[in-house]
Structure formats: C-alpha cells, structure tokens
Design a protein around this ligand. Structure first.
Ligand code: PFF
Length: 457
C-alpha cells in the first residue's frame, strides 16, 4: 500500500457537526484582520466610499462565485485542496491549483500571524495602559518599540502560533467549530458596543460621510486591483481554504445560501468596523489615510481621546484578537488537512510541523521592521512582499483557475447535482446564474483587473 493510501485508510474524516457550526466556522474564517485592520486602512488610504463601492462589486462578482466554487469542490470530493483536484481531474495538472493554494495559505500565515502578534501584544498593552495617549507621537513610539524589537516580534508570533495550534490539534468539530461558536457572537456584541460609542461622539458625522459618500476621482487600475485583492482575502478564497472547509460541510448544507449569508455577514462586520473607527477618527481630528498602522497608532490615540476610552480600547483589541483567531484557524487547516490526509500524519504531528515551519518563514515578516528592515525584494520588505504577493497576485490567479475549472472543465450537469444536494434543493435558477458568472464574468474581470493593476494594460 502506498503511503498516501495507508494514510487515507487509517483516518476517519472529521467534519462540522451542526449547521450552525458550519456557518460560524466559515464566517469565522472570513471575518478577521481583513475587516478590522485591512478594510479600514485601505478604505482610509483610497478615498473612502468610492473604494467601498468597488470592493462591494468585486465581492459580488468575484469573491462570492469563487467561494461557492471552492465550497462545492470541497464537499464533492471530501478532501484537502490538492487531493480534491486529483479526484476530479485524475492524471491532469489541475492539482497544481490546489498546491498553489496550500502555498498561499502558508505565505499568508507567515505575515498574518505577525499582525495578530501585534494585536495580542496590544491587548496586554491596552490593559496595562501602555498605549493610553491622545498623542499619535506617543502611540507611534509605542508601536515602533514593539515592531522594532526582534525579541518581542518573534515571541508574540510564537504565542499566536501556540494558541492556534492548540485549537487545531483539538480537531475540526471539537476545536474549530466549538471555538468559533463561542467567539463569534462575542465579537459581534463587542463590535456593536464600540460602534455605538463611536457614532455617539460629537462630530461623528464627517466619518460617516467619508464611509458612505463616494468620490471616484482617486480611483485608478491599481485601486481596483487592491479592492479585488481585498475581496479575495476577505472571503478567504483563491487558495484552498474554502475547499478544505467545504470538505467538512454537511451533505444537507445549502452551499449557495450559506456562502451568500457568510458574505453578507462579513460585509456587515467590515461596515461595523468602519463605523467603529471612522467617526471617531474624524471626531478627534485624526487622519484616515495612515495606512497599515491605522489600527496600531491612530486607533489607540482615538480611543484615548474619548470618555471611558481605556475600557473601549481593551474591548476593541480583544475583539480583534478573536477575529484573527477564526481566520488563522482556517488558514492553518489547509496544510494540516493535506499533511494529515496525504502523508497519514496525526493532527498533532501535522500541526506541530506546520507551526515550526511557520515560525521559521514567518520570522522574515516578524523581523521586517528590525533586523531585516533593510532587506528588500522588488522594493518591499518581506512583510509587505508577502502581503502584496498573496492578496494581489496568488489569490486572484488561484481564483481565476478555480472558476475556469468549475465553469469549463467540470460542466453544468455535475455542478447542478452537487449544488442542489443531489436534486433535493430547488435552486436551478440560482445554479444557472452562478454558473454563468463563474464561467464568464468572474474570469474575465479577474483577468482584466490583474493585467491593469500590474500595469500590463
Ligand atoms: N478572511 C481573513 C480576513 O479577512 O482576515 C483572512 C484570510 C483567512 C485569508 C483565510 C485567506 C484565508 F484563506
């Protein structure tokens, strides 16, 4: 028996036990630093509402169709991202799309765990009052002190890796599902509390206008590429995460319905994060265009300016840590599922090996503001390069091929069977609309935006 066959025979597959668990785990993957760190800083830096509108269009026409495609591939094959393609297209090169996905998950984790590391460190700092200052110079010095310390950057990344590993080792239903079921409701409640606080500040209106009133004069091809990259990153698609999670879906789960709900709830969280952040930023006269440091420099100063700000700041960073956790769990699960199923490794071994490999590769991101600050490739630090390469290139290219696979290789009949739960759901119209979008509209859009964003056209 080959190693792979032995592995497969030995392992009974875990999966999500309840319908609610499917939703919380999938939404837990989508909701993350993308909503609370990336969406606000990209919106802030790209002119506000116009960017939000382009992002919405990308989510509907690109993110959602790719998400449905991935989920259905996963559930149909009940396998990790690579094996899934091998099952559907044996002896063909499609498995490379899955392999690129496993690689992307790994590369995203390499920098994502570092941003999460800052968030975890900030929970402690917020509790201890170390970032309580209305002056951005002071909060900037606090952030600078954290990121320029190699030891602190590395140790907090290891703390994050250990925390996620523990949950992953516990399993799909007892770890991921159980954890996201508890944490997600808490995240919503905390976000609404902070949102109400921000909206009721005098002068909050300007921030809302920024978020809701578009000015398209700043939009370029590069802006659209960034918005599309965000829509991939946000819905955790283009890299096998949703193939892996789809493989744990129940047979009776309505995939298009679940994906649409997750997409809407994820948008809601992003808008709530925007509402929690921008009115307060404007109310206290700060700049929205600070870039990636918005969360770590501007936000603490904003909270410090408001009544009871120290309490709200602790709440805010705890909810951000929760959001980051659900997303990291799904990213981790991609390589772990592969190592577990293909090589027959136990979850414990697969998780530990992944975590150690991440500690090594991730250290390049962790040290990007200290020891490796001068080390640049294509003019970017390793941290920036990992972020740019994954969101703006690997995920869109992955998504493009996944749509081409579903639209052109798989065929409508089989897809309809799979998406209607073998004929049990009456969703012919939805499946047809999805098929046309995934077959033509999404690939064409992704292709054009990629070329124009990269300056080729
Ligand atoms: N969707 C997550 C977020 O917005 O923070 C990030 C992410 C998770 C991206 C899982 C990709 C992924 F596979």
């Amino acid at each position: 028996m080959s190693i792979a066959a032995k592995g497969k025979a030995a392992i009974a597959r875990d999966g999500f036990a309840t319908r609610l668990g499917v939703i919380t785990a999938t939404l837990g993957s989508a909701v993350g630093l993308g909503n609370i760190w990336k969406f606000p800083y990209l919106t802030g830096a790209n002119g506000g509402a116009a960017f939000v509108i382009i992002y919405l269009a990308c989510t509907l026409l690109v993110g959602l169709p790719v998400m449905i495609s991935e989920l259905v591939i996963g559930r149909k094959t009940r396998a990790n991202a690579i094996t899934a393609f091998q099952k559907l297209a044996p002896r063909q090169v499609w498995w490379l799309v899955g392999a690129a996905g496993v690689l992307s998950a790994f590369l995203i984790l390499a920098f994502y765990t570092e941003v999460a590391a800052w968030v975890f460190a900030y929970v402690l700092k917020a509790i201890g009052g170390g970032i309580l200052s209305t002056s951005p110079e002071v909060t900037s010095a606090a952030f600078g002190g954290l990121v320029s310390s190699p030891i602190q950057s590395l140790v907090w990344q290891w703390v994050v890796l250990a925390w996620v590993s523990i949950i992953i080792i516990a399993g799909v239903s007892k770890g991921i599902e159980a954890m996201t079921k508890r944490l997600l409701p808490l995240l919503f409640i905390l976000l609404i509390i902070v949102g109400i606080r921000s909206l009721t500040l005098p002068g909050a209106g300007e921030g809302l206008t920024f978020l809701l009133k578009p000015d398209f004069s700043k939009v370029t091809g590069a802006t659209v590429l960034v918005a599309m990259g965000l829509s991939f990153f946000k819905l955790s698609v283009g890299m096998g995460t949703m193939i892996t999670y789809g493989s744990y879906f129940r047979d009776d789960q309505n995939i298009p319905g679940t994906a649409t709900r997750v997409m809407l709830a994820d948008l809601l969280v992003s808008m709530l994060a925007g509402i929690a952040i921008f009115p307060a930023v404007f109310a206290f006269g700060f700049q929205p265009a600070a870039g990636p440091s918005l969360l770590f420099i501007t936000i603490p100063a904003v909270f410090s300016s408001m009544p009871l700000g120290s309490v709200f700041m602790v709440i805010f960073f705890i909810l951000t840590a929760i959001a980051a956790t659900g997303a990291m769990l799904s990213l981790f699960e991609v390589p772990v599922a592969y190592l577990n199923e293909r090589l027959g490794w136990s979850r414990l071994k697969a998780t530990l090996v992944t975590a150690i490999a991440l500690a090594v590769i991730g250290s390049t991101a962790a040290l990007s503001n200290s020891l490796l600050a001068e080390f640049k490739l294509f003019g970017m630090t390793m941290f920036d390069l990992l972020d740019y390469l994954t969101s703006n290139i690997l995920l869109p290219v992955g998504g493009l091929f996944i749509c081409i696979f579903v639209g052109w290789k798989w065929g409508f009949k089989e897809l309809k069977q799979a998406l209607s739960n073998e004929g049990k759901l009456e969703n012919g119209g939805i499946v047809r609309a999805f098929f046309a979008t995934a077959k033509i509209i999404t690939p064409v859009l992704v292709f054009i935006v990629l070329l124009s964003g990269l300056g080729v056209i």
